[in-house]
Design a protein around this ligand. Structure first.
Ligand code: ADP
Length: 253
């Protein structure tokens, strides 16, 4: 049996009269990449906030790295790093200084060594002494990811990791995320980009109108969809077609 890094059961959350999460269930295996897909306003950020102890749920349970978010929030907070859409990089500092700052804030014993290892791992050694303001979008996002790994948390939450990046930089970030998962880190990412989920994720869950309406591997999701049609060529459905079909089905029922 694989180890489970994140387990969510019947999670509920409302903002006043707006019921955003209506009983969400999901399970993320250790060392895997899990993509949470959903339209704007579906509740992805709300779910991430509950998992990262920034917000309390109204009902249900969430276990992160074996710890309950409600009764063991301090343990949960030591188990993850959260990288938001907007990079936390300080532009005035160099790449190395940004990393050293976090390492010192986290009271690591060898901030210089930790920083240099991360610079190497993320291909930023040559740029280490340049101010982050001179970095490309992809380099900045890589530095941001490196900063979130100072102190090596076992779980990484990525909220829309490639929003606003050009195609080349997106591929760079995808490669880094894949390497992280290969090294045993569990990644839960949210995205509006279906191709991102298609490229990266071991498992995909679609959050719609408060619940997970479909989840599985890409191959499993494809099976929910009518078989390939024979036109002039046989065509496999794209994740986008699956997504729209599932959402449409649900709304039309
Ligand atoms: P997503 O990340 O999928 O775009 P969110 O979790 O940010 O979705 O938001 C889900 C819904 O909850 C949206 O309709 C949003 O307007 C609403 N919402 C989010 N935060 C609050 C809040 N603090 N107070 C009231 N409503 C909120």
């Amino acid at each position: 049996m694989p180890n489970i890094a994140i387990q969510v059961n019947d999670l509920r959350k409302s903002y006043k009269n707006l019921e955003v999460l209506k009983g969400v269930n999901l399970s993320v295996e250790q060392g895997s990449i899990f993509a949470l897909l959903g339209s704007n306003g579906a509740g992805k950020t709300t779910l991430i906030k509950i998992l990262t102890t920034l917000l309390k749920q109204d009902g249900g349970t969430a276990i992160v790295n074996g710890f309950d978010v409600t009764s063991q929030p301090a343990h949960v907070r030591q188990s993850f790093s959260l990288t938001g859409q907007f990079a936390a990089v300080d532009e005035i500092l160099t790449g190395r200084e940004n990393l050293m700052m976090i390492a010192k804030l986290r009271h690591l014993k060898q901030p210089r060594q930790v920083s240099d290892e991360l610079l190497t791992r993320f291909g930023l050694t040559e740029a280490a002494n340049r101010r982050a303001a001179t970095y490309s979008g992809g380099m900045r996002r890589r530095l941001d990811l490196a900063m979130s790994l100072v102190g090596t948390p076992p779980i990484l939450f990525l909220d829309e990791p490639t929003t606003g990046l050009d195609p080349e930089a997106r591929i760079e970030v995808w490669n880094v995320v894949k390497e992280l998962a290969d090294s045993g880190i569990t990644v839960l990412l949210t995205t509006q980009y279906l191709d991102e989920a298609e490229q990266l994720a071991d498992r995909i869950a679609i959050l719609h109108e408060g619940t997970i309406i479909a989840s599985g591997t890409l191959a499993e999701l494809k099976q929910l969809f009518p078989p390939a049609q024979k036109e002039y060529v046989e065509k496999q459905p794209t994740l986008e077609e699956i997504f729209l079909a599932i959402i449409g089905k649900k709304e039309g029922k």
